[in-house]
Design a binder for this molecule. Structure first.
Ligand code: NAD
Length: 250
């Protein structure tokens, strides 16, 4: 159902973004990939999905401008690139704060600012952002991430109101823990911050949050993303969809 639509997915060389890119391509969208990784692997992905790749670093306005220039006119923008850092506030590296806010929040402002004129002209568009359960609730030692994700929901609501009469919707998807490199890589720092073993972090920190006791799968997030692109989702805008195994129900 996405034949003739062009979709940009930021941070789509891995994890959730890659699952979303695959799902969009399977529905016929022309996909623009973004993110870092092995050159040959990325070339293989482009071939498999009939996609192109713009490898811009989205922690700066300049990188975001490069991305939007390389991507061309896009009907769907999926703001998904994100990173995490786990540390007590008094030890939190200032440059980590700056880059997490830049990538997880400010990049979505830039893609909207640069991508919205085309969507308005077309009278159709979808802006979807991967927020997080941490857009609704906090966890200790994640000041930058929690702040950025809460901010992303505010940006999304504002875009929804501004674009409501232009056929353009803006929504967030908020997963709980999804088993991807982003989650796996924060285990060592969480072990340090909380003085725990790997098993304790998995069971007593990560899955303790999710009443289902299961990690969310990237494909489950992609299925929800696809629904938000459908004609039936025209009136869904300014929303933040949880897919978190019951985490934020508590
Ligand atoms: P991941 O680490 O598997 O993938 C991150 C992607 O972003 C990769 O393609 C990477 O190359 C790209 N990227 C990293 N830095 C970048 C930069 N400076 N510029 C451009 N691209 C960059 O992560 P993931 O778990 O798939 O997370 C994707 C999104 O989902 C993030 O926004 C994350 O906050 C959010 N999220 C993840 C989880 C989870 O449990 N994994 C839960 C909730 C929300």
């Amino acid at each position: 159902f996405l034949q003739g639509k062009r979709a940009l997915v930021t941070g789509s060389t891995s994890g959730i973004g890659l699952a979303i890119a695959r799902a969009l391509a399977a529905e016929g969208a022309e996909v623009v990939l973004n993110g870092f990784g092995d050159k040959d692997e990325i070339a293989g992905l482009c071939k498999a999905l009939g996609a192109t790749h713009v490898g811009a670093d989205l922690t700066s306005a300049k990188g975001c401008e490069e991305l939007m220039k390389g991507a061309g006119d896009v009907d769907i923008i999926f703001n998904n690139a994100g990173m995490q850092h786990v540390a007590p506030v008094e030890e939190f590296p200032v440059e980590k704060w700056d880059s997490i806010i830049a990538l997880n929040l400010t990049a979505a402002f830039h893609t909207a600012r640069l991508g919205v004129p085309y969507m308005k002209r077309q009278g159709w568009g979808r802006i979807i952002s991967t927020a997080s359960a941490h857009s609704l609730a906090a966890s200790p030692f994640k000041t930058a991430y929690v702040s950025a994700k809460h901010g992303l929901t505010g940006l999304t609501k504002t875009l929804a109101l501004e674009l409501a009469e232009h056929g353009v919707t803006a929504n967030c998807i908020s997963p709980g823990y999804v088993w991807t490199p982003l989650v796996e890589n924060q285990i060592p720092d969480t072990m340090k911050s909380r003085n725990m073993t790997r098993e304790q972090v998995m069971n007593d920190v990560l899955l303790a949050k999710q009443p289902t006791k299961r990690f969310v799968q990237p494909e489950e997030v992609a299925a929800l993303a696809l629904f938000l692109c459908r004609a039936e989702a025209t009136n869904i805008t300014g929303s933040n969809y949880s897919i978190d195994g019951g985490w934020t129900a508590e």
